[in-house]
Design a protein around this ligand. Sequence first.
Ligand SMILES: [Zn+2]
Ligand SMILES: [Zn+2]
Length: 141
Amino acid sequence: MKTIIKPVYYCDFCKKKYIHRGFAVKHEKACTNNPDRKCKICELIGNAQTDLKMLIEGYKEKYPTMKKELEKEFLNDLYEKTDGCPNCMLAIIKLLHYKIEIKEPDYNGTAITLYIFDWDYKKEYTEFWIEYNSEKNETYY
Ligand SMILES: [Zn+2]
Ligand SMILES: [Zn+2]
């Protein structure tokens, strides 16, 4: 039996792994866990690159702890500052490590903390591509 040992490349910021180094490098540069990421979506639509670190510092100061009642205000502001880029929004939400506490008794009757942001990344991401494609195919009669 022949065994081939191939290297596996792991992203430094998340759990993704790749067989091909090139893909790993490409991913790492844009990984939404990387505070120095370059956003490919922003590049695609000609947005200025979001300054993640600056925004994160600002939010930490403004909302040291995230609360359910502040969520809408925070998300609206975030949407505005990132021009609704789903990947920039996701990166900021992840890098802020906000946890919203919702007390719900678990099976032992003790309160557990559930993380909930009323924001659907998959939906935003899909909507982005729908708009992008329809814009790309737009004809100007
Ligand atoms: Zn990653
Ligand atoms: Zn972006």
